[in-house]
Ligand binder design. Structure first.
Ligand code: GLN
Length: 466
């Protein structure tokens, strides 16, 4: 994408936000133009590219609320490593994106502050938890956005809003400055309209970081290099049959996915059918592991270390109780309770340890599949975007949104969601998963599909870049 000078770019983007985000409500805050320009270098690989940042990634001097009351007034005192790297390459960080509270949810409805709408149909959710980041890109307010992925929070909303969403290999992108939810699963993810923009951003934010010991020493390639529209010679795509045929999948969506596969065949790929039985355990394992880790990560929000302290507390216990009672929303409280339960003595063996064992088995099953095929193909979610409040009466059913996405987080492998058309007037997408550190191949394969289709040129009615 060509960019004009940074100041003009910021002003136009801000104007577009002000005019159109009233209906989408993707942003919690759009910064003052001068402060945006001051924060970044004026040149670099991403000069002039605008981004919105999920509100669980810290930006120095800015609020970082995680869309939670408990951090409503918290101002970050440092930049996340990904933020530092974006600023050093001239990216323009426009503001903070709404999300599910502490990234817990699949619809962005658990935010303490506002509901974000899907720009393709504002009576539908954008997906979650990175719904604000994704909706802003889909509406053309910004070129790209950062979200976070613990169990699918970038890919699922990307599919719901018809854009590209990456969950990198665990350790590919530094988590320094990403407020933790499930540390063994968390990765910063990238949302973009096109595969190329996604690849450009990953190249900047990926790589070893002395501030995060889980980052990998694996060298960062130039992800744009292989984007020539061709797929790798002899590419084998493994279709996960048990995912494609899973109960509850919208049959029309499956038709759209099969058309994408046909396109890959025309491009020269060899389609292999296989099944990954442990994939069907992903949502259940994720449910336990993520809650367990959330419980320990969220212990720091106690009114002493972090979190707004109540004025009327009587003693220390009362500080803890009031801070957490008033500060956390219902979904976060539910998860903390479940996390404590699955970790408590007597139950840890039955739940947490068993879940960890299955998680290990899942990774082995994926690794075995990659001996047979180069990439795996699956749905991102069972359907397209749903209406607000669809799952108010059944929270557990909402958790099935993670069915196809959580396995990649649990296995630590990279996965990329790519739009492949519309069903009932709403976008749908497929996902490609690869072996560790094969983001370059995922991008190449996705780009070949993207170049042979026009989905990435379409914008929701009334929206688009300005
Ligand atoms: N939907 C999942 C959850 O509610 C995913 C969240 C995420 O990836 N941050 O936990």
């Amino acid at each position: 994408m060509m960019h004009d000078n940074p100041r003009a770019r910021v002003l136009r983007s801000k104007k577009n936000f002000e005019e159109h985000d009233k209906t989408v409500k993707s942003a919690l805050e759009i910064f003052e133009p001068e402060s945006i320009l001051e924060a970044s270098r004026s040149d670099g690989d991403l000069a002039g590219m605008t981004l919105l940042i999920k509100d669980n990634i810290v930006q120095r001097g800015r609020t970082a609320s995680c869309s939670s009351k408990i951090l409503e007034h918290y101002k970050a005192v440092y930049d996340a490593t990904a933020i530092t790297r974006l600023k050093n390459q001239g990216a323009l960080l426009m503001g903070r994106a709404n999300c599910d509270e502490f990234a817990m949810g699949s619809s962005t409805e658990t935010s303490a502050f506002q509901l974000t709408a899907n720009p393709w149909d504002t009576s539908c959710v954008p997906g979650g938890s990175s719904g604000g980041s994704i909706a802003a890109v889909a509406a053309g307010f910004v070129d790209c956005a950062l979200g976070s992925e613990t169990g699918g929070s970038v890919r699922q909303p990307a599919a719901f809003c018809g854009i590209v969403g990456l969950k990198p290999t665990y350790g590919r992108v530094s988590r320094y400055g990403l407020i933790a939810y499930g540390s063994s699963l968390d990765q910063i993810g990238i949302a973009s309209k096109t595969v190329r923009d996604n690849a450009r951003v990953l190249k900047v934010i990926a790589g070893l970081d002395p501030l995060d010991a889980t980052t990998s020493t694996n060298p960062v390639p130039d992800y744009e290099q292989k984007l020539d529209g061709a797929i790798p010679q002899g590419l084998r795509i493994g279709v996960i049959d048990n995912a494609m045929n899973a109960e509850g999948n919208d049959p029309e969506m499956v038709v759209a996915l099969n058309q994408a596969l046909k396109r890959y065949e025309e491009l020269g790929a060899k389609i292999v059918h296989l099944s990954l039985p442990t994939m069907d355990l992903g949502a259940a394992v994720y449910f336990i592991v993520s809650r367990a880790e959330a419980t320990s990560n969220l212990a720091r929000f106690d009114g002493i270390r972090y979190g707004s302290r109540p004025a009327d507390a009587e003693d220390l216990t009362d500080v803890y109780r009031k801070t957490r009672t008033e500060g956390f929303g219902p979904e976060v409280k539910r998860r903390i309770m479940i996390g404590n339960y699955v970790l408590s003595s007597g139950y840890a063996d039955q739940y947490y340890k068993k879940a960890k064992a299955v998680q290990h088995g899942m990774r082995l099953e994926f690794l075995k599949a990659f001996e047979q095929v180069d990439v795996l193909f699956a749905p991102v979610a069972p359907t397209g975007a749903f209406k607000f409040h669809s799952f108010d009466e059944n929270r557990l059913l909402m958790d099935l949104q993670d069915y196809f996405t959580a396995p990649a987080n649990l296995a630590g492998i990279p996965a990329l969601a790519i739009p492949c058309g519309f069903v009932k007037n709403m976008p749908v997408g497929f996902q490609l998963m690869g072996a560790d550190f094969t983001e370059d191949i995922l991008y190449q394969v996705a780009y070949a599909y993207e170049s042979s289709t026009t989905w990435h040129t379409m914008w929701p009615k009334g929206f688009g870049p300005k």
